[in-house]
Design a protein around this ligand. Structure first.
Ligand code: PGA
Length: 241
């Protein structure tokens, strides 16, 4: 399976910075093998997608609403993301689960909306530090998978331990491999396409640790936050894939 390296810019980037970053990534890419995705803030999506057009690098959204259109002030539908150039959408990121109180059921409804709009969902799952300390990480991730994906999931799963996001702390390679093996087993057990689903790792992926993480069994790519905001760092992670 071709690895996927996805950059999540989160709430960062005004017009000029975003355009410069997208151009730098585009021109630095050459003909590297992994699939590459950039998820800018919604205000920059159309402009970034236009800059990436024809490069093979795809654009994506960071969230979408469950409805196609209607009276939902401030919200953005999956169809709108698709229309603005997105091909993927990140759903259920732990920052949204924490800050917006997103539940597994809501994420599952967003998955359905995304697929209906021909977007590929990237569903984030992962445990907190307290869950990990108590040895509950598989129970928590299992619950996320059971509740967030829906019945016939065709998308990408991103394992992102909350305590590793933006902290510079990463699980040991053995812990990442164990969790990815657990996720694969759960996907195969519960989903018709479970054997083919790509499972990304996310949480403090940097140029210095990317090669080791990306070589682990069942790691099908990376979801990169902070390091995707620096072209050279993101390109180095892509080269490691
Ligand atoms: P990070 O973020 O790479 O800055 O840790 C990852 C993510 O939240 O997707």
């Amino acid at each position: 399976m071709r690895p996927l390296i996805a950059g999540n810019w989160k709430m960062n980037g005004l017009t000029e910075d975003s355009a410069n970053l997208a151009r730098a990534i585009r021109s630095g890419l050459g003909d590297l093998a992994p699939e590459v995705l950039i998820c800018p803030p919604a205000t920059q999506l159309a402009a970034v997608a236009a800059i990436l057009d024809g490069s093979g690098i795809l654009a994506g959204g960071q969230d979408c609403h469950t409805k196609r259109h209607g009276a939902h002030t401030g919200e953005i539908s999956a169809a709108m993301l698709r229309d603005a150039g997105a091909r993927y959408v990140i759903l259920g990121h732990s920052e949204r689960r924490a800050e917006q109180g997103e539940t597994d059921a809501l994420v599952a409804a967003k998955v359905e909306a995304a697929v209906a709009a021909r977007l590929i969902p990237i569903v984030c799952v992962g445990e907190s530090a307290a869950d990990r300390e108590a040895g509950r990480q598989e129970a928590v991730v299992g619950r996320h998978l059971a509740g967030s994906l829906g019945a016939e999931f065709k998308g990408v799963v991103a394992y992102e331990p909350i305590w590793a996001i933006g902290t510079g702390r990463v699980p040991t390679s053995a812990d990442i491999a164990a969790m990815h093996a657990f996720i694969r087993t759960e996907l195969v057990r519960a989903q018709p396409a479970g054997a083919e689903t790509r499972i990304l790792y996310g949480g403090s992926v940097k140029p210095g640790n990317a090669a080791e993480i990306l070589a682990l069994p069942e790691v099908g790519g990376a979801l990169v936050g902070g390091a995707s905001l620096v072209a050279e760092d993101f390109l180095a992670i892509i080269r490691a894939a």
